[in-house]
Write a new protein. Structure first.
Length: 115
């Protein structure tokens, strides 16, 4: 296994680089568990709230690039932000749909009272 920091060849079971001490195994295990939420971001952008879904897509698109460059903390932060913006967009979309339905119901009731 090669060290990402200095490029030194290490034993496959090594946890730290023999030359620079960089952690080898932790980064590989951590990258397998970082979701990018790209599909979720695109769906909430299309179906819920366009303006708030765009930041979700931007953060989701950053996750894989940061993993490949070895920035695990940055990838975790981008993943967390993508998830946050997905939920904000979803919540606002649901509130808008509920509000729209309530306006229709009140309009029907008001028009039936006028007749």
């Amino acid at each position: 296994m090669y060290c990402r920091k200095c490029g030194t060849q290490n034993d496959d079971n090594a946890f730290n680089c023999i030359k620079c001490g960089e952690v080898l195994q932790l980064a590989e295990v951590a990258t397998q568990n970082i979701p990018n939420y790209l599909v979720h971001s695109i769906l909430v952008t299309l179906f819920c709230c366009l303006p708030l879904g765009i930041p979700a897509i931007v953060f989701a698109a950053q996750v894989n690039g940061k993993i490949q460059s070895g920035d695990i903390k940055g990838a975790l932060a981008a993943s967390k932000n993508a998830k946050l913006w997905c939920w904000i967009s979803f919540g606002l979309g649901i509130l808008t749909i509920i509000g729209y339905i309530l306006l229709i119901v009140f309009g029907v009731v008001a028009s039936s009272l006028d007749a």
